[in-house]
Design a protein around this ligand. Structure first.
Ligand code: EPU
Length: 428
């Protein structure tokens, strides 16, 4: 197993390019189950989760090839297997997004229930509610969702798609992926408004679907008989961009990220303004600059888009260890997503967790130590803290990080960080 060995205490400086978005690419890959003919996706990052999704598509009868780095070509026949087994779903929860397209194109699907994970309970009841509204018959047998379209196929329906936590991103994607080939009109209310949903709608529409209103709370879909494969780009990863900017801000560095969409991170820029971190936002790029006065601590709450993404909560917390004052951080999307608190404290942070809230007392002088990554974004927070800390930090179990960041160590090295990937012989 690999670990990162970070020599901290250096401000990051320089320019890097944003990678393609994992969370946009996953539903786009699931969408390639729908069109007749082959689809080409460009800008696909080389990430474990995406390779697992590709393998699942191949298990479902698709052919997938890589024309060149980051360019994937996928084509999927109408007939073929309809099962996503536990061994696959267990490794990568987003495989549940094949449920909608399989139902729409092949009339049935068997997808293992994903179960909880380290960041929370993560049910899929809303996915099932949405598909049932399209006429699918759904039952759960032996830990597997068994879904069947009615005779004549799915039909349009109306569904309100939020829980008490708010809307669901992959649930909205799943219902869209089913509704595009259903007979008649589907209305999704309380739809997720994340940019990844807009990217999915754009992809589906370029294949010939009729999806209206994506990016807002109500999505209307007029079903069509057939979709055709297209050539499309995966958008930039707003979470990777936010992570790199927070690494820059935490180290009092000067970091520019190119090839990104600044309008997707207005909430982070607003927090930088309130906190006193200087930044520049331009066409397709963002830059944080060194601060002279220490950033001020703020109280924030992670919420669905356009709120602060829960996927930046841990990295924001690492930054807060360098801010002046008491910062209250609440995660309304995943109130249990705080596994990084104890590890940040091992590096010298003063953070106390109270239910779905963490209190960070800053600033603190962090000092390097071995730490264990528990999940993808927690790993990113530990890397940021390691870059700030005096001395050497070893972040173990970086396979979590590799699920969502493409060669992060190379980007950090380009920015002057000292981050080496090493073989972890500790057995952790
Ligand atoms: N929820 C339900 N019922 C459902 C679905 C969700 O109650 O049927 C609840 C969840 O438990 C959670 C909230 O609704 O409290 C939001 O969950 P959502 O369904 O939006 O999450 P997701 O679609 O499974 C995606 C990202 C996550 C990201 C969340 C929230 C992908 C592949 N994953 O998950 O990304 O945290 O949206 O923005 O897009 C990550 O990249 O690190 C990651 C975990």
């Amino acid at each position: 197993m690999d670990c990162f060995r970070i020599e901290g205490g250096r401000a990051l400086h320089g320019t890097v390019r944003a990678a393609g978005s994992k969370n946009a690419a996953l539903p786009l890959l699931a969408a390639t189950l729908l069109p007749v003919g082959s689809s080409r996706l460009r800008g696909v990052p080389q990430l474990r989760d995406l390779l697992s999704m590709r393998d699942l598509l191949v298990d479902l009868g698709a052919t997938a090839s890589q024309a060149e780095e980051g360019v994937w070509e996928i084509s999927c026949p109408t007939e073929g297997p309809t099962e996503a087994p536990y061994e696959v779903v267990r490794k990568m929860r987003a495989s549940v997004a094949v449920l909608g397209p399989l139902l729409a194109r092949r009339g049935r699907a068997r997808v293992s229930l994903p179960g909880g994970c380290v960041i929370g309970v993560r049910p899929i009841d809303l996915h099932l509610k949405g598909l049932a509204a399209l006429g699918a018959e759904i039952r759960v047998e032996h830990g597997t969702v068994v879904a069947e379209a009615p005779p004549g196929g799915l039909r349009g329906g109306q569904v309100y798609l939020a829980s008490r936590w708010g809307s669901t991103v992959l649930g909205t994607a799943n219902v869209m992926l089913a509704a595009v080939l259903a007979r008649g009109t589907t209305v999704i209310d309380a739809a997720a408004q994340e940019p990844e949903i807009l990217a999915l709608a754009d992809f589906l529409n370029s294949c010939g679907a009729q999806v209206y209103g994506a990016g807002g709370p109500r999505i209307v879909i007029d079903g069509v008989d057939e979709l055709k494969g297209v050539d499309a780009w995966v958008p930039a990863d707003r979470i990777e961009v936010g992570t790199l900017l927070l690494a820059g801000a935490a180290t009092c560095g000067d970091v520019t990220v190119e090839g990104c969409a600044p309008e997707e991170l207005t909430v982070l820029l607003d927090l930088f303004t309130q906190s006193g971190v200087p930044f520049e936002a331009g066409e397709g790029h963002l830059r944080v600059m060194p601060w002279t006065d220490r950033p001020r601590a703020l109280d924030i709450s992670c919420r669905p888009y356009p709120g602060l993404p829960t996927d930046l909560q841990a990295q924001w917390m690492a930054f807060c260890t360098q801010a002046e004052g008491l910062a209250m951080i609440t995660d309304t999307v995943y109130p249990d997503r705080f596994m990084h608190v104890a590890e940040l404290n091992r590096l010298g942070a003063h953070i106390r967790r109270e239910g779905g809230t963490a209190l960070v007392v800053g600033p603190t002088q962090l000092s390097g130590a071995p730490v264990l990554a528990s999940d993808l974004r927690a790993s990113a927070a530990l890397v940021i803290a390691g870059l700030v800390a005096e001395g050497v930090t070893e972040v173990r179990r970086v396979y979590h990080l590799d699920r969502g960041y493409e060669r992060l160590e190379d980007k950090l090295e380009l920015l002057g960080g000292v981050v080496r990937r090493e073989l972890d012989e500790s057995g952790a």
